[in-house]
Design a protein around this ligand. Structure first.
Ligand code: GLU
Ligand code: MG
Length: 454
């Protein structure tokens, strides 16, 4: 099920050889916030065998660490579940010597599957795809704001640009070098890194792998970036929008769909797609509002999704169109036909990466199962069109509020089934709690409050 070329592979002996003192077991909650427990190395055999106890209520933590009891399945503080590290995914952390990192699985107190375990939700979707003879490859592209304020709520740009310039990176040279070194040592395969368009923004891309590995790597990359930044006197903000009116931090999700070793996004049909590749993309387009409810779910996500910022604001697809929510990146003879992939723009760090990939997988595989056909691509920024032009072209705005997004998610049979009824209930309860928190706050306060959460 998982990638045989997965970039992990440290053993318990490696942990001892590296003088590791503790292992931090990380999972991402329903707000995309990585939560963790650290066990001393002498507890590692026990932790891998039977996990460590955590409260079931992490499923109903909101973005601000409040707990909502509005989900019927988790109505009180009783009970305990186990957080079990995935031993073959353990990595001694270059940026935090003496600590190692491992992704965690959540299981019931008796070891049985726990329906709120986000990693398990994705594993089930990967298995469903496999049963249909299909494999997804996925890789994240990560944007972040580099801050040099030290602490406090405000953001102070860590570099002064210019965007995409070598000069911007020279001013943060030591950090960039350390980051590339730490990511390599932590076995996060990086495609490239650059100074992005936004204020003090940096972007790096992670090479594609199987979906579970892609989500694990996304969590490991964030841990690494935070640690390296801290060592160099910086802070990283992964929040979807760090400064009002600025470019946001997209965590674009690139996927492709494969059968028998062939990339179905590369074929002889229109736009260089195979029929099944077109159906995959059509599946993502059909379910886009529900996908976005999972991939850009926070109160600050809605502020990021504006036309003209390459973040996407409307539900349409285009060939290499950076304004479109779904950007087909065709493989060429030069880059390699197998490189074809589709980029989901409305995706950010407030999404749980396992749930994000589960939603995308369910939608894409559903498109193939239903033999969907793809409408024509749009090359324009439809944000410059009139309402009427958009209506005529069948283009809708992406969900602009929690109420809308949750409505789309609940109404969508494929994405809600992928989450399962229990997790869907907890996830939507948490969204409701976040929305209630935001109700009497203005846009700038919401941005400030999210700035250092991820
Ligand atoms: N920063 C943009 C966003 O919010 C994306 C820019 C780009 O990489 O095209 O998603
Ligand atoms: Mg970018």
């Amino acid at each position: 099920m998982t990638d045989t070329t997965a970039p992990f592979g440290f053993t318990e002996d490696d942990l001892h050889a590296a003088d590791i003192v503790g292992v931090t077991i990380v999972w991402a909650d329903n707000n995309g916030i990585p939560r963790a427990r650290t066990v001393p190395l002498d507890q590692w055999p026990s932790a891998t065998a039977k996990g460590v106890g955590i409260t079931p209520l992490f499923a109903v933590f909101d973005t601000h660490d409040a707990i909502t009891f509005s989900h019927d399945g988790l109505p009180d503080a009783s009970g305990d579940i186990r957080l079990v590290p995935v031993p073959d995914r353990t990595v001694p952390l270059a940026g935090q010597p003496a600590l190692a990192w491992a992704p965690g699985r959540q299981v019931g107190a008796d070891g049985s599957p726990w329906p709120y375990d986000q990693r398990g939700v994705l594993e089930r979707q990967v298995d469903a795809a496999d049963a249909a003879g299909l494999q997804i490859r996925a890789g994240y592209e990560i944007e972040f704001f580099l801050d040099r304020s030290g602490d406090g709520p405000d953001a102070v740009p860590g570099h002064d640009g210019p965007a995409y310039s070598a000069r911007a990176l020279i001013t943060v040279d030591a950090f960039v070098v350390a980051l590339l070194r730490d990511l390599r040592a932590n076995r996060v395969p990086v495609g490239q890194l650059h100074a992005e368009y936004g204020t003090a923004q940096i972007e790096l891309s992670i090479a594609p792998t199987d979906p579970v590995t892609a989500a694990d790597l996304q969590l490991l990359a964030r841990q690494t970036i935070h640690a390296t930044a801290a060592r160099h006197g910086f802070r990283a903000s992964f929040s979807p929008l760090v400064l009002p009116g600025d470019a946001g931090n997209g965590w674009h999700l690139h996927t492709s769909v494969w059968r028998d070793g062939s990339n179905l996004l590369s074929g002889d049909g229109p736009h260089g797609l195979s029929d099944d590749g077109a159906a995959y993309l059509a599946g993502l387009l059909r379910d886009l509002p529900a996908i976005v409810a999972v991939t850009a779910p926070s109160e600050v996500s809605f502020q990021r999704l504006r036309p003209g910022y390459f973040s996407s604001a409307y539900g349409y697809w285009g060939v290499e169109n950076r304004e479109a929510a779904l950007r087909l990146v065709p493989g060429t003879e030069f880059t390699g036909r197998t490189q074809a992939n589709v980029e989901l723009k409305p995706s950010d760090a407030s999404a749980n990466p396992y749930l994000a990939l589960a939603a995308v997988t369910a939608a894409g595989i559903g498109g193939i199962a239903d033999g969907l056909s793809l409408p024509d691509p749009i090359a324009a920024n439809v944000g410059t069109w009139s309402e009427e032009q958009r209506r005529d072209a069948g283009v809708r705005a992406l969900p602009g509020s929690t109420a809308e997004a949750v409505g789309e998610l609940r109404a969508n049979p494929r994405v809600s089934a992928a989450l399962g009824p229990d997790l869907l209930g907890a996830f939507t309860a948490v969204r409701g709690a976040d929305a209630a928190w935001a109700a009497d706050r203005d846009a700038a306060d919401i941005i400030t409050a999210h700035r250092w959460r991820y």
